[in-house]
Design a binder for this molecule. Sequence first.
Ligand SMILES: [Zn+2]
Length: 172
Amino acid sequence: MINCRRPGDYVLDWSQFVFMPGIREALKQLSTFGLPMIIISNQAAVGKGLLDPAGLEEITARMNEALLADGTSLAAAYYCTHRIEDRCPCRKPKPALLLSAAADFNIDLSRSIFIGDSDTDVQAARAAGCASVLYGSDVTLHPTSPSDLPVARSAMDLYAVITKYVQPTKHA
Ligand SMILES: [Zn+2]
């Protein structure tokens, strides 16, 4: 989760997009691993007709622009734009978007980490054979989650938590 949730509402415009405290610095730190960083997100606002695809593209472009100014480059963003009742194959907790991203970027999911803020994310990661880290100040472990699921309470914790799982790229 990169932006703050709007209680009971969707982000429908860049003006409503607020980066989570510390997340820009955290992403910059994580980019030092030299691994592709990809967003996998459910965006049902599109399927509900509240946000058109061009609007979602614009929000994504503005976010990327802000991150690029920090020196952070995201490889891609994959969105499920369907509603729950569409029963699509791509809405998390289904793993289709993770699998697509892995195929497109030649990523080994067994050596990847999915950072999420909900049990839905953890389930999607597990279904894709990928490790997960729960991130958020108020996240709670779901009863079906492994008790050793790593949790980062703040963006500042993300790098330290994830460093335990990733060997920094060694430059010969
Ligand atoms: Zn979908």
